[in-house]
Design a protein around this ligand. Sequence first.
Ligand code: HEC
Length: 98
Amino acid sequence: MKKVLLTLIIASTSALLAADGAALYQSKCFSCHGAKASKAALNKSQIIAGWDAAKIIASVNGYKDGVGGPMKAVMKPIASGLSADDLNAVAATIASFK
Ligand code: HEC
């Protein structure tokens, strides 16, 4: 029993340490980009479902640098709040949506 508990504790701790793309998407992107990234955020963005991870990463890094469309000011603080690890993880999650 003790062994099982210990394993559970270790497993949940490592899940917290690794950037969790699905959890990040849910907490930071879902409200605007919608389920499975299938909505135009605030009715303005392109629909990013179907984009590959590299395209998403390049786009979000662009927002960090102040490059983007007419609503880029909305994405800038969100982009700047993501570490490189977070961005990799969330981009992989979005690219995996079917
Ligand atoms: C407050 C609403 C909001 C949230 C939350 C949000 N976005 Fe956006 N997103 C937008 C808007 C608005 C645009 C269009 C900006 C523009 O004009 O370039 C956009 C654009 C984008 C684009 C480029 C699409 C395009 O139109 O060129 C990507 C990629 C993107 N968002 C990813 C994300 C990711 C990843 C997250 C979560 C970490 C996120 N967004 C969270 C509103 C949001």
